[in-house]
Design a protein around this ligand. Structure first.
Ligand SMILES: *[C@@H]1O[C@H](CO)[C@@H](O)[C@H](O)[C@H]1NC(C)=O
Ligand SMILES: *[C@@H]1O[C@H](CO)[C@@H](O)[C@H](O)[C@H]1NC(C)=O
Ligand SMILES: *[C@@H]1O[C@H](CO)[C@@H](O)[C@H](O)[C@H]1NC(C)=O
Ligand SMILES: *[C@@H]1O[C@H](CO)[C@@H](O)[C@H](O)[C@H]1NC(C)=O
Length: 709
C-alpha cells in the first residue's frame, strides 16, 4: 500500500489549488481504499478539466505523465514480486502459525507440525471442517488466511451468480442398516459397511453410494470490490474488520507489534494496481481467497493416497512412518496413475487432473468458456480431436494446443514452472482481468484484443462423507441453524449435554451441537485431540419423547474414534501441495531423502559400495563368437558384483580381442548365473557371442586383479 499512499499524496496536492496550498490545513484522516479510488478518479477528472489545463496546462500535463509513469512502475513492481515468488516455488501451503519450538529447527512447525495446515476437528458442528490459519501461495501471490473452518459447500449448480453456493447433500444410510429395528442391530450392520469401505470390498456391500468423497480446494483471485467481502462463510469465523482498509490496518498493526487477534479473524490479503485505465487512472484490485468443496462424481478408493514423509515432523514426533500416518501431521499425495499399486515415475496428466476438472471456476457449474489467446486454442490434454475445445471454465493445468511452440511441443502446463496451479477462466465482473492487444501482419495492422479473467486453485483435501452424517437411530430432533429460536431450545435453561442428568442434557440437536451417533457405535474416544477442537467426548441428548440418550458427535473428523472390529478410520486426507517443493533445493532434497530412506532400491546412486563389503571382483568370459570363436574377458569390480547381487544391472567394457571390444550390460539371474542383457546397445553382439557368461579359470583372475585386461 506504500504505492497507493504515494499516489494519494500526489493527487491530493494536485487537487489543492495553488493559493489553498499555502493556507494551513490540519492533516486529513487516512483514506480508505474505497475513498482512494474515488480520489484518484476525481484527480483524473480534474486533469481533463479545460479550466485547469488552460491556466497551468503544461504543469498538469507533466504531472499527469509522471503519475502515470509512477503508477506503471507500481504495476511492474507487483509483477516483479510475483515472478520472484513463482520462481521460488510452486503454488501451495508455506507455513502455519508458530506454537512451539525446541532444540532443533524442526521442533517448530513448517507447513506441518502437530497438525498439517492447522487441521482440527469440529465434529460437533454439522457442516464445519476444522482448518486453522496458514500462509499460502497461489500463482505467485502470497497471502495469509484467517482461521478458515470452512463448510461442506459447493458452487451453485443452478445459478452463475458470483459466489453463490449450496450445501453438499449428505449420503444416505444404507437401507440394510435401517431395516434393523433395534439400535444394536443397526450398529452391527453399519460397522460392516465401514469395514467394506476400509477394505474396498464391494462384494457384499457396495459402499460407494454411502461413502462419498468430497474434494475441497483453495481458490484465489484478484477481485474488484469496494466493500469488505467475506468470500466464503464459516460457521465459526468471520473477518473482523469493517472495510478492506480497516482489515489492512489491523493486519499491519499485528504484523508490526507481533500481536494477533485472539479469534484469528484477520487475514493478510494483498492489493495491487491491476490496470491503468486510459494510461492514467489506476484500477485497484484486491486479492481474495475462499475454501470450497465439490462432491466427486467417482469413487476414490483410499489406497489412492500415499503419505508424504515430512521428515521434520516425523523426527520431532519420533515416529515410524506407519505410526506417523495416523497422526494429524500427515499429509498425502494422490497416485497419478490411479492404480492400486504405487509405482514412482513421470506422469503428466494424472488422477488429480481428472478430479479437479470436475470443479468450475467462479462462473459455477454452468461455465462454458474457451481459450484462444495468442492464436493457440486450448484442447483437452488427452484428446487428439481438434473439433472439441477444452472448457476452460473448469480447473485444469495441462492443455494441448493446435500449434507447436518454439520447442516443438503442443502439450502445455499453466504457469511457467508451477506444478500445482490449476486455473479456470471466468466472466464475473467482480474478478479483475488483464487485456493485451496483439498485432500481426507486415504492417502490424491485424490486431486482436485478448481480454481474459482467470482464477487459481489448488486441491486442499479429500473429505469422505459417511452415513454418520445422517444416521440418527434415536430419532433425535435436529433443530437447524444454531441462531434460530428453535435451535436455541437445545441449550435453553443451562442444558450443556450431561449424559446423566436429563435436566442438563441437550434438548435435540442444532448446527453447533450435532450429537446423534450412539455412543456404543464407537469403542474409543476422539483421536489425536488438539486445543482447537471443540467436540465433547460424549453428550446426553433428549429425543422427541424426552428420553435421554448418550451419543457422540456426528460431524466431520480427521480420524474417527476407534470402531470395534473395524479400526481407526481416517476420513480427511489433506493433499494440499507445499510451496517449497517447487524449489530446486527441495527437489534435490527429495532425491537425497529417497536415497537415504531406500538405500537398497537406490544402491546405484552411491559412489562407493559401503553396504556389501564381502563382495569380491570376478572375471567372466563371454560366449564364443561365430566363425573364429574368439572370446572376451569381462572384469567386474567388487562394487559391480555388489550391485548385481541387489538385482541391478551393470554396464562395463569387455576386454579386447581380435582388435575390438564390446560394451556389455550384465545381470545376474535368480539361479546365480551371469547373463549379458545388452551388447553394444543391442540384444546380441553383432559377432554372435552367446548371452551367458562364465566365470574365468583362476589363472585369468590373477591377471585381472592386477588391473590388466
Ligand atoms: C471471530 O471468530 C470467532 C470464533 O473464533 C467468532 O465467534 C467471532 O464472531 C468472530 N468475530 C467477528 C467480528 O466476526
Ligand atoms: C477512457 O477513454 C475513453 C476514450 O477517450 C473514454 O470514453 C472513457 O470514458 C475513458 N475512461 C475513463 C475511466 O476515464
Ligand atoms: C481423457 O480423459 C478423460 C478423463 O480421464 C476421460 O474421460 C477421457 O475418456 C479421455 N479421453 C481420451 C481421448 O483418452
Ligand atoms: C425441548 O424442546 C421442545 C421444543 O423443540 C419443547 O417443546 C420441549 O418442551 C423441550 N423439552 C424439555 C424437556 O425441555
Amino acid at each position: 500500500m506504500v504505492g497507493a499512499r504515494f499516489l494519494l499524496f500526489c493527487s491530493a496536492c494536485l487537487l489543492a489549488g495553488e493559493s489553498e496550498a499555502r493556507r494551513y490545513k490540519p492533516t486529513p484522516p487516512p483514506p480508505t481504499v474505497e475513498e482512494l479510488s474515488e480520489i484518484l478518479k476525481m484527480a483524473y477528472e480534474a486533469y481533463t478539466m479545460k479550466a485547469i489545463e488552460s491556466t497551468t496546462g503544461d504543469e498538469v500535463a507533466a504531472l499527469k505523465s509522471r503519475v502515470a509513469t509512477l503508477a506503471r512502475q507500481l504495476v511492474m513492481q507487483q509483477l516483479f514480486v510475483e515472478e520472484r515468488v513463482r520462481s521460488d516455488g510452486d503454488s501451495g501451503i508455506k507455513q502455519v502459525r508458530h506454537h512451539f519450538e525446541g532444540t532443533r529447527p524442526y521442533h517448530a512447525a513448517s507447513h506441518t507440525g502437530n497438525t498439517f495446515a492447522s487441521m482440527h476437528d469440529h465434529a460437533n458442528n454439522i457442516r464445519t471442517v476444522g482448518l486453522g490459519e496458514f500462509i499460502a501461495v497461489l500463482n505467485g501471490v502470497e497471502f495469509r488466511t484467517r482461521h478458515n473452518d470452512y463448510g461442506l459447500r459447493m458452487p451453485s449448480t443452478t445459478s452463475s451468480t458470483y459466489h453463490e453456493v449450496e450445501d453438499i447433500p449428505f449420503p444416505d444410510v444404507p437401507p440394510e442398516v435401517l431395516q434393523h429395528h433395534d439400535v444394536a442391530g443397526q450398529i452391527t450392520e453399519l460397522r460392516e459397511w465401514f469395514k467394506a469401505w476400509k477394505k474396498r470390498d464391494r462384494s457384499e456391500r457396495d459402499y460407494r453410494k454411502y461413502f462419498k468423497p468430497v474434494l475441497c480446494y483453495l481458490e484465489g483471485a484478484w477481485t474488484f470490490s469496494d466493500k469488505l467481502e467475506e468470500s466464503f462463510a464459516s460457521d465459526r469465523h468471520f473477518l473482523d474488520a469493517a472495510s478492506w482498509f480497516d482489515l489492512q490496518e489491523k493486519v499491519r498493526y499485528t504484523s508490526y507489534s507481533g500481536g494477533k487477534s485472539n479469534l484469528e479473524n484477520f487475514s493478510y490479503l494483498p492489493t495491487t494496481i491491476m490496470n491503468m485505465i486510459n494510461g492514467t487512472l489506476p484500477q485497484i484490485a484486491q486479492w481474495n481467497y475462499r475454501v470450497l468443496c465439490h462432491p466427486l462424481k467417482r469413487d476414490l478408493p483410499v489406497n489412492r493416497f500415499r503419505v508424504v514423509d515430512d521428515l521434520m515432523a516425523r523426527m520431532a514426533k519420533k515416529k515410524t512412518l506407519k505410526e506417523y500416518v495416523t497422526t494429524r501431521a500427515a499429509r498425502f499425495t494422490l497416485n497419478p496413475f490411479d492404480t492400486d499399486e504405487w509405482v514412482d515415475g513421470r506422469k503428466n496428466y494424472g488422477l488429480v487432473d481428472d478430479l479437479m476438472a470436475e470443479i468450475p471456476g467462479k462462473d459455477n457449474y454452468g461455465a462454458e468458456l474457451y481459450d484462444d489467446a495468442f492464436d493457440a486454442v486450448a484442447y483437452p490434454y488427452n484428446s487428439t480431436d481438434n473439433t472439441k475445445k477444452l472448457n476452460v471454465g473448469f480447473y485444469h493445468r495441462w492443455v494441448r494446443v493446435g500449434s507447436r511452440d518454439a520447442m516443438g511441443r503442443t502439450e502445455r502446463h499453466r504457469g511457467f514452472a508451477d506444478q500445482n496451479v490449476f486455473m479456470a477462466r471466468t466472466t464475473q465482473p467482480n474478478v479483475a482481468g488483464v487485456e493485451v492487444n496483439v498485432c500481426k501482419g507486415w504492417r502490424r495492422n491485424r490486431c486482436t484484443l485478448y481480454n481474459q479473467k482467470w482464477t487459481y486453485a489448488i486441491p486442499l483435501e479429500v473429505v469422505y462423507m459417511t452415513p454418520l452424517l445422517k444416521w440418527n437411530p434415536y430419532e433425535i430432533q435436529y433443530k437447524g441453524d444454531k441462531s434460530s429460536t428453535l435451535a436455541r431450545t437445545v441449550t435453553a435453561g443451562g442444558r450443556w449435554g450431561s449424559s446423566r442428568d436429563s435436566a442438563r442434557a441437550l434438548n435435540g440437536t442444532n448446527s453447533k451441537r450435532f450429537y446423534q451417533t450412539p455412543h456404543e457405535f464407537f469403542g474409543g474416544n476422539e483421536q489425536g485431540r488438539s486445543s482447537a477442537d471443540t467436540v465433547k467426548g460424549k453428550a446426553g441428548v433428549l429425543d422427541r419423547a424426552g428420553r435421554l440418550h448418550v451419543v457422540k458427535a456426528s460431524g466431520t473428523r480427521i480420524v474417527l474414534p476407534y470402531i470395534p472390529g473395524v479400526g481407526s478410520l481416517r476420513t480427511r486426507y489433506p493433499i494440499m501441495p507445499v510451496h517449497g517443493e517447487g524449489s530446486a533445493v527441495w527437489k534435490e532434497l527429495e532425491a537425497l531423502k529417497d536415497i537415504v530412506l531406500s538405500p537398497v532400491e537406490n544402491a546405484h546412486m552411491f559412489h562407493e559400495n559401503w553396504r556389501d563389503d564381502t563382495s569380491e571382483g570376478v572375471v567372466l568370459l563371454t560366449g564364443k563368437a561365430k566363425g573364429d570363436e574368439h572370446v572376451h574377458r569381462v572384469v567386474l569390480s567388487a562394487d559391480d558384483v555388489g550391485m548385481l547381487k541387489l538385482g541391478r544391472t551393470v554396464l562395463v567394457e569387455s576386454g579386447e580381442a581380435k582388435g575390438h571390444y564390446h560394451e556389455v550390460k550384465i545381470r545376474v539371474r535368480a539361479n546365480g548365473r551371469f547373463v549379458m542383457v545388452r551388447c553394444d546397445g543391442a540384444r546380441n553382439c553383432a559377432d554372435g557371442h552367446g548371452r551367458s557368461l562364465t566365470v574365468a579359470p583362476p589363472e585369468d583372475v590373477d591377471v585381472a586383479n592386477d588391473g590388466m585386461i
